[in-house]
Design a protein around this ligand. Structure first.
Ligand SMILES: [Zn+2]
Ligand SMILES: [Zn+2]
Length: 260
């Protein structure tokens, strides 16, 4: 391991990057939806009331704690990678362009599967209180809740990419793509506004992707809608909320009412 001084410098550098990305993305999205264009998007708001400022501070505080966990893991994995212990590679030609793209798809499918099953485990009566309760304190989440986790959950949320880095060859560009993708989907899941068009959830193709309503309903109903990117495992395991499609469409019917 690096000595304490270089570990501290690496950690502080990574943590600064981590909180900068988190704050820029969430403040930007929050400002657009909850302040600048609030009136325009009001009809798309999923919840019944807006969260108070204390809940938002709570979400930001715990997200910044989660980013400490992420930063420590990044420093450890980066150091391990410098010793050649991971499967990270830098020359695309080493595995070819086919693998370069395929590895991105595998990473997303793996993360989606890991998230669904680990998330269901979080909701087990023996674990919920200790691991996942904090995230569910946001009953009508904002984008700031996207990283609002208990420290143990933060570690388990980061684990799938750490495992992948040690198991399959990954190019840094794919890891970066995955990180942007997963954070974007995460923010959308906690947006509080449904921006997808009517019939999305019943579409033969798009219906396999989750909406913001899907995860928003998870925050209010707890034991349904566990999935992340895709509406695959929830469908296969029968854990979609029975009112998912109706709730999604009711937001659009409300939107039409506003326009009349
Ligand atoms: Zn959530
Ligand atoms: Zn949950």
């Amino acid at each position: 391991m690096p000595n304490f001084q270089s570990f501290t410098i690496d950690f502080l550098t990574r943590y600064f990057q981590q909180i900068t990305v988190y704050l820029i993305a969430t403040v930007l999205v929050y400002s657009v939806f909850y302040i600048i264009l609030k009136k325009k998007f009001l009809r798309r708001y999923i919840g019944r009331h807006f969260p108070d400022q204390n809940k938002i501070k709570f979400e930001i505080f715990h997200s910044l704690i989660s980013r400490i966990i992420f930063s420590i893991l990044i420093v450890i994995v980066a150091y391990s990678s410098s010793l050649g212990q991971t499967k990270i590679y830098t020359e695309i030609n080493q595995y070819g362009l086919g693998w370069f793209f395929l590895s991105g798809i595998i990473l997303i499918l793996w993360h989606d599967t890991y998230f669904y099953w680990v998330h269901r485990l979080f909701h087990n009566i023996h674990f919920f209180k200790y691991i996942h309760h904090l995230h569910h304190r946001s009953s009508n989440p904002t984008p700031f809740a996207s990283n609002s986790f208990d420290p143990i959950e933060a570690f388990l949320e980061a684990l799938p990419i750490v495992i992948a880095i040690y198991v399959i060859p990954l190019h840094p560009a794919i890891i970066l793509f995955w990180d942007v993708f997963q954070f974007g989907v995460n923010i959308y899941g906690h947006l509080g506004f449904e921006m997808l068009s009517s019939c999305f959830t019943k579409h033969w193709f798009w219906g396999w992707f989750n909406s913001s309503t899907h995860h928003n309903m998870h925050h209010t109903h707890f034991n349904t809608n566990f999935g992340l990117y895709f509406n695959f495992w929830d469908r296969v395991m029968g854990t979609n909320h029975p009112d998912y499609h109706n709730t999604f469409e009711s937001i659009h019917e409300r939107a039409l009412d506003y326009q009349i």
